[in-house]
Design a protein around this ligand. Sequence first.
Ligand code: NDP
Ligand code: 8X3
Length: 251
Amino acid sequence: MSQQIVLITGATSGIGEATARLLASYNFKLILCGRRKNRLQKLADELSATTQVHTLSFDVRNRSEVETQIASLPEAWRIIDVLINNAGNAHGLDSIQNGNVEDWDAMIDINVKGLLYVTKAVLPVMVQRNKGHIVNIGSIAGKEVYANGNVYCASKFAVDAITKGMRLDLNAHGIKVTGIHPGMVETEFSIVRFKGDAERAKTVYKGLQPLHGKDIADLILFAITRPAHVMVADMVVLPTAQASATVVKRL
Ligand code: NDP
Ligand code: 8X3
């Protein structure tokens, strides 16, 4: 049982929502973030039966909104023990020559700059306390490039590099930094990638048993509950049916 405060970005669906549910059951105090206020409130109402929950609704792309929202935290919620940088998505799956510039902007702005903005807003208290833990959700797409993944892969390679850089820079402050890099997880990810085309999204997971949000939540829980002297640095997790970004066994 824990009374640590954990801030989760992208808590309104998929990996973030599953993590919120699992951590609530372990009594972590949760700051849940996302843009969809109704979903955030519904989840907060449900999890409030188990633990203390605070919600912040902001778009991670909007730096001043990020700063204002984090600064608005009541006194009792200011000491964040664990930051889970999870908010992100792929937008489109096109060759570089056919890529949509708005999709590119979205992926760089959300997956890379958004992660940085949230981290910048949360870090000062961790640095001051010489204590804290940042968990960045990367991807197998941040370890290997695949055809038509170009800018999404670049954004996740950036997350991997930023994670490694954070670990070096925050070493003197005793702050743990963990990168978790999943393969195929069936969430709203592919629905977002294919702009609401649920049928096309389903084909991504056809003929295999993908991971689920809870599988990643289990790893996050493991990483953040190690003893003080143990830091999980980097984890890659794939469905058993997936051997690499591109090699997948389907029935
Ligand atoms: P979902 O689409 O289910 O969840 C994405 C979450 O990110 C939502 O809660 C969404 O909330 C939030 N989000 C998206 N854009 C923004 C924004 N601009 N500002 C604030 N929040 C935002 O996908 P997943 O759960 O699968 O994705 C979570 C993370 O896992 C992402 O970083 C993704 O890249 C990564 N990942 C996913 C894999 C997969 O196969 N599913 C594999 C590897 C990594 P809202 O829309 O309410 O703002
Ligand atoms: C999501 C996994 O393989 O669709 O990051 O890029 S993949």
